[in-house]
Design a protein around this ligand. Structure first.
Ligand code: KIV
Ligand code: ZN
Length: 542
């Protein structure tokens, strides 16, 4: 991607599906990643980092599917400097209309000495070879000197110069461990501009982690210092404390545009929906007081504030909730609404459903509308995302019975459809009805899954609100998360547990109905070729 001619334009590089997906407990499958990528395209991000293709056949398949399907943004695949990584990244992104390879190697001595166990000269050689190899495939190549903010700046500058000489079109300066402070990061980028004047001809990018809560502040400092690409993730998810939050950066530029003079191409009204989708699919809740997208971000508790806002909104609000799409709950359907009305309402939300997909959504909608007077846009979003998961679950909940009483221990029996299409049943007496259902599912599927987290939320307010549950469990050291939506909290819990179990088993390589990706054979070779190198450079990055 060439540098935009407009000097005020900031490119938004979304890494929700790569760095964001590296958060513990998140295990998105291809279908879920595709759904998020499509929403990111609607949101108007410039670049989607869709994954790290060498890491697993699942990651490869997801990046490839997104590359083949999602139109608009550049699609990037991450690669270490190894040939096999770059080949895998290219094979995964090559069908995108605008593909990018993003390659990285550490420049800090602490990483070079202890992790890579190599020398600065070797790092220079690897960076040179990696960018040169990536350029054989594609013009759009990004290079990141990992842990740059703790590295010797002169050495980092040398490596960046090498990458530019080999044709890198974007240089990204990561604060990998979230250590830097805004004034230091500014100084770091200003010094790099001095040492590498060629940086002015390409895109300089920032990538900040939130270990000290400074990811957004540091990214903003980087933009003020001249960077024009910011790497960020929806809801700020990512390794450890996460990445800079996309919605905070974008709304900072939007709200203070008169003073800052920078702009992104993001469609801000899509922010709230994207945040809800990512939260729902990853199982990572958004804290209530989270800036921009938290449910209290526009709520006024104090009487003085309420009084002020009623008289004039701007007395206590610096942003309008409509700008981030938070008011968008205007769609209301009822039990008499027909298939066409549902299809139109879903289309307004960006879900184009026809045929079997529409039939299933309509069936679920009718079930809900029978129990709930008004079905809102947020209910529909929850339902469609819920249905999406149904298709990919290896196991499916068919039915359950549960007896709950204060006089006897609760007892549950469940019927589960296996990936082979058989129905198996299991029963268990537990500490509570939810516990009994979860253990009955274990009994039916013959698994020894252990519950790690269980959460219940309401999709909207009101007594008849849809319940949304989230489960994280562990089977044989592998974790999986799942969510469920229903007017019945026990049913939502059972669905979430079955999905979490399916995800965990899929990650262990059992019950994966997805088959090998097109690049499967290639991947096997690539994995073998990098086995030795991988032991020197870990696949999961900080
Ligand atoms: O934090 C980091 O350094 C990264 C790089 C791969 C860009 O995620
Ligand atoms: Zn990172």
């Amino acid at each position: 991607m060439t540098k935009p001619e407009d000097p005020t334009r900031v490119l938004i590089f979304d890494t929700t599906l790569r760095d964001g997906e590296q958060s513990p407990g998140i295990s998105l499958n291809t279908q879920e990643k595709l759904e998020i990528a499509q929403q990111l395209a609607r949101l108007g991000v410039d670049i989607i980092e869709a994954g790290f293709p060498i890491t697993s056949p699942g990651d490869f398949e997801a990046v490839q599917t997104i590359s083949r399907t999602v139109e608009g943004p550049v699609i990037a695949g991450l690669a270490r400097t190894h040939v096999a990584d770059i080949d895998a990244a290219w094979n995964a992104v090559k069908d995108a209309t605008r593909p990018r390879i993003h390659t990285f190697i550490s420049t800090s001595d602490i990483h070079i000495q202890y992790q890579l166990q190599t020398t600065r000269d070797d790092v220079k050689g690897q960076a040179r070879a990696a960018v040169a190899h990536a350029k054989e495939y594609v013009d759009d190549v990004e290079f990141s000197p990992m842990d740059a903010t703790r590295a010797d700046i002169e050495f980092t500058a040398e490596v960046c110069q090498i990458a530019i000489d080999e044709g890198a079109t974007t240089i990204n300066i990561p604060d990998t461990v979230g250590y830097t402070m805004p004034h230091e990061y500014t100084a770091c980028l200003e010094r790099l501009y001095e040492l590498v004047p060629d940086l002015r001809d390409i895109v300089l990018s920032v990538h900040c982690h939130d270990d000290l809560g400074l990811a957004v502040a540091n990214s903003f400092a980087g933009l003020l210092a001249g960077a024009r690409q910011v790497e960020c993730a929806i809801n700020g998810i990512g390794e450890r404390a996460g990445n800079a939050s996309l919605e905070e950066i974008v709304m900072l530029l939007h709200t203070r545009s008169a003073d800052v003079g920078l702009r992104s191409g993001v469609v801000t009204r899509e922010i709230a929906r994207t945040s809800r989708m990512v939260s729902r699919l990853t199982g990572y809740p958004v804290q209530p007081n989270k800036a921009v997208v938290g449910r209290n971000a526009f709520a006024h508790e104090s009487g003085i504030h309420q009084d002020g806002v009623l008289k004039e909104r701007t007395t206590y609000e610096i942003m309008d909730a409509t700008t981030v799409g938070l008011e968008a709950n205007s769609i209301v359907l009822g039990k008499h609404s027909g298939r066409h009305a549902l299809q139109q309402a879903l289309a307004d939300l960006g879900f184009e459903l026809t045929g079997q997909g529409l039939n299933t959504a309509f069936r679920r909608f009718k079930e809900i509308a029978d129990k709930k007077k008004h079905v809102t846009a947020m209910d529909l979003e929850a339902l469609v995302t819920d249905e999406l998961r149904e298709e990919i679950a290896a196991y499916q909940l068919e039915w359950f019975d549960v007896e709950a009483s204060t006089r006897r221990p609760p007892h549950a029996t469940v019927g589960i459809r296996t990936p082979d299409g058989d129905e198996v049943t299991g029963s268990f007496t537990g500490d509570g009805p939810v516990d009994a259902i979860f253990r009955a599912i274990n009994a039916a599927t013959g698994s020894d899954a252990r519950l790690r987290e269980f959460r219940v939320d309401a999709v909207t307010g009101g007594q008849d609100a849809l319940g949304e549950t989230s489960v994280v469990l562990e089977v044989g050291g592998v974790s999986g998360s799942g969510q469920g939506v229903s007017t019945d909290i026990l049913e939502a819990a059972a669905r979430a547990y079955v999905r979490a179990l399916s995800n965990a088993l899929r990650r262990r390589g059992i019950g994966d109905g997805s088959g090998a990706p097109d690049g499967g054979a290639f991947m096997a070779e690539a994995e073998e070729a990098t086995a030795e190198a991988a032991s020197r450079q870990p696949v999961r990055t900080p």
